[in-house]
Design a protein around this ligand. Structure first.
Ligand SMILES: [Zn+2]
Length: 299
């Protein structure tokens, strides 16, 4: 379904991915974005090798904009969508500005709006203009677990795609020894599950850490970060491709675990995905993780 959407050039410019938390909407949004951005897509999806695909891996693709709720009220701010009147130098590029110029290198420009139901009325109205008359290169992906909270004007301009949690029983036929947690770390993907099972010691440690994480206090953030660094070291011993690849695998698995954890505090998965991007981009895991755990546990 997603493959058909992405390769159809004439068709949809806005996709709404909706479904319960843990259905993999964020991952699906990333896959779809990469298919739209990749300059050399194959019928199976993005090539994974072109300059755009590698810039996505490094988290430096200028043709991708991601917007997520922020601040204590967890809203998508008006300034995320339009130019604020009192713009500060380190403000993010608003969506309307982003779509003002054609892509630098990618086939399209893609904006992902995570938890798009967290837009206020002014943001919705500003977004509507772009949804109504998008430039030919513009693609938008909205996600929500609360489709009923989005205004009908937005809904009617998006192709809505339902996301459901994949069935574990099919995977268990091929991997009868796998636990539900291991399937979760692998995001239900058979190739990845094989890796998880090969690195059982590392993933067992990661699981024990993940299960305890929601009970940790803000004052423990740096201790928690230190513990996680110990887990990263154990991954570094078995993951080929150096420390960066090992760190990326572990933090990605942690994000996947919480993406399907019903009791996961709101926003955790996105912060982890964001930290994953930063680690892949510059490799200095320590600072990124200290900041991430502080943000996760401060609530
Ligand atoms: Zn590519």
């Amino acid at each position: 379904m997603i493959r058909r959407i992405s390769l159809e050039e004439s068709g949809n410019h806005a996709i709404l991915l909706y479904g319960p938390q843990g259905a993999g909407k964020s991952e699906l949004a990333s896959i779809l974005a990469q298919m739209w951005l990749c300059t050399n897509p194959t019928p199976a999806g993005a090539c994974g090798e072109c300059r755009t695909c590698s810039s996505l891996d490094r988290g430096t693709c200028a043709d991708l904009l991601t917007i997520a709720p922020s601040g204590p009220s967890r809203m998508i701010m008006n300034r995320d969508i339009t130019e604020p009147s009192n713009k500060k130098p380190d403000d993010p590029v608003p969506l309307l500005d982003f779509f003002r110029t054609p892509p630098l290198r990618a086939r399209h420009k893609v904006a992902i709006l995570f938890e798009s139901d967290r837009m206020n009325g002014a943001s919705c109205n500003a977004l509507l203009k772009t949804l109504e008359e998008p430039p030919a290169f513009a693609k938008m992906i909205l996600t929500t677990d609360s489709v009923g909270s989005l205004p009908a004007t937005i809904l009617s301009r998006c192709l809505a795609v339902a996301c459901e949690v994949p069935l574990e029983k099919d995977l268990l036929l091929s991997f009868p020894e796998a636990t539900p947690e291991e399937i979760r770390f692998a995001s239900g993907a058979p190739g990845r599950l094989r890796t998880v099972l090969d690195r059982k010691d590392q993933y067992d440690r990661l699981l024990a850490f993940a299960q305890k994480l929601p009970t940790r206090r803000a004052s423990e953030a740096l201790v928690v970060s230190e513990e996680f660094s110990g887990i990263l070291e154990s991954f570094q011993k078995v993951v080929p491709g150096g420390a960066r690849a090992a760190n990326a695998e572990a933090i990605d698995a942690l994000a996947l675990y919480f993406a399907r954890e019903p009791s996961c505090p709101q926003g955790w998965t996105q912060r982890m995905i964001e930290a994953h991007r930063r680690i892949v981009a510059n490799g200095s895991a320590g600072l990124v993780l200290d900041a991430m755990f502080t943000a996760l546990l401060t609530r």
